[in-house]
Design a protein around this ligand. Structure first.
Ligand code: CP
Length: 316
């Protein structure tokens, strides 16, 4: 199936077939990551600008590495030393980057909808690397890719997302992908952070941690996103941890083969105990590695890169 999208803005708008196409392409690129020379000429001659106007470690570095492994030129925009500090608008900044002959922009921004906005005012592809509390599509793609690696088909699989769902773009993107893939998704946490209307996304909502975790095959923890909360949604972090933090006792309620996920950054001892984050069921660092392969796939497909036959050979 030919890829027809120029931008990657949300997982809400992607079909199941498109999600699976990205996963298949990521699986091919993951093989490249296992080679001694982790580089293919798929995007040779293209220039990608990573426009990150909000802090990031994993997403920014893995988009950098993904672009380099595809042989693209990559420029990371340093917001602190840019003219955005002098009042330049997002639109002007992005149009200047386009005028400087960038072929693609990867945008992280605190405002929901900013990637959609740029996609309407630019001619080049825009990739959403996280917009406010709206979506983080490449995170949802790498998380579901990791789940498929461990579980195979996600049809009927019990997936629990636990924590600050209300302010989480990661949860929203995951739910859109997981529901299309047939998973049974439960969102759990305090009612202030997991309101009933989230069932509109196709997931169950629960405030009963034990019932939700019982026999779950995947549990994904989310940190409390203080930077997006205007007021406190629970009395204290200690009380949140005592009610909803994942510890050894609560992890014992899961399916014995369950995987433990977290998009990062982790607040150890708050949403998850350190020994679980580093334990045998944790796939947190696998998620990070898979992020490179998934982002290679997204950049490659949206940039209309060279055909697979050009780069897929063992010595490419
Ligand atoms: N998961 C994630 O988006 O992490 P960063 O904010 O460090 O990129």
């Amino acid at each position: 199936m030919p890829w027809t999208r120029k931008h990657l803005l949300t997982l809400e708008e992607l079909s199941l077939a498109e999600i699976q196409q990205i996963h298949r392409t990521a699986a091919a690129f993951k093989k490249v990551l296992g080679r001694t020379v982790k580089k293919v000429p798929a995007l040779r001659g293209k220039t990608i600008v990573n426009l990150f106007l909000e802090p990031s470690t994993r997403t920014r570095l893995s988009f950098d590495m993904a672009a380099k492994f595809l042989s693209a030129e990559v420029i990371s925009f340093d917001a602190a030393s840019s003219s955005t500090t002098k009042g330049e608008t997002l639109r002007d900044t992005a149009q200047n980057i386009q005028a400087l002959k960038a072929d693609m922009i990867v945008l992280r921004h605190a405002c929901s909808g900013s990637p959609l906005y740029l996609s309407r005012v630019l001619d080049i592809p825009v990739i959403n690397a996280g917009d406010g509390a709206h979506e983080h599509p490449t995170q949802g793609l790498l998380d579901t890719f990791t789940m498929v690696e461990h579980l195979g088909s996600l049809k009927g699989r019990k997936v629990v997302i636990l924590g600050d769902i209300l302010f989480s773009r990661v949860a929203r993107s995951n739910v859109h992908a997981l529901v299309k893939m047939g998973a049974a998704v439960t969102l759990v946490g305090p009612s202030t952070l997991v309101p009933e209307w989230l069932t509109d996304l196709g997931a169950k909502v629960s405030h009963d941690l034990r019932g939700a975790l019982a026999d779950a095959e995947v549990v994904m923890l989310l940190r409390i996103q203080h930077e997006r909360q205007g007021s406190s949604h629970f009395p204290s972090l200690g009380e949140y941890t005592s009610m909803f933090g994942l510890n050894k006792t609560r992890a014992s309620w899961l399916n014995p083969k369950a995987i433990i996920m977290h998009p990062g950054p982790i607040n150890r001892g708050v949403e998850i105990d350190s020994d679980l984050a580093d334990g045998e069921h944790s796939v947190i660092l696998e998620q990070v590695t898979n992020g490179i392969a998934v982002r290679m796939a997204v950049l490659y497909l949206c940039a209309g890169g060279a055909p697979e036959s050009v780069w897929s050979g063992d010595n490419a």
